[in-house]
Design a protein around this ligand. Structure first.
Ligand SMILES: [Fe+2]
Length: 110
């Protein structure tokens, strides 16, 4: 078996919760959700999948920052409250060369 599927029957979930303690209880609780949310890891493909039901949200509160290694594909809108920096260039504060102030618009970024 390469993938773990959640147990969704409440009676079975409660019986298991009564039988385990400590770290095992925490891990069990994180993996089982009656609304269909699930966390799964496929050992064969090394794929971690977190699935939330319609309207589900996720929040990571990490005041020290987070680090992601690898490309990120976003199927939606990215909203940054302060700035986005790519290759050392600030999206909010970068400038364009070869233009003069006035009513005209610049071309697309080169
Ligand atoms: Fe620009």
């Amino acid at each position: 078996m390469n993938e773990v599927q959640p147990i969704r029957e409440k009676r079975q979930i409660n019986a298991i919760k009564k039988a385990i303690r400590g770290r095992d209880l925490l891990l069990f609780t994180l993996g089982i959700n009656p609304d269909g949310a699930s966390f799964s890891y496929n050992h064969a493909t090394h794929a971690l999948v977190v699935t939330l039901p319609a309207g589900g949200t996720a929040t990571v509160d990490a005041p020290g920052g987070t680090t992601w290694t690898g490309d990120i594909k976003l199927n939606g809108t990215l909203i940054a409250t302060t700035d986005v920096v790519g290759g050392g260039k600030s999206l909010k504060g970068h400038k364009h060369g070869g233009v003069q102030a006035g009513g005209a618009q610049t071309g697309t970024p080169v």
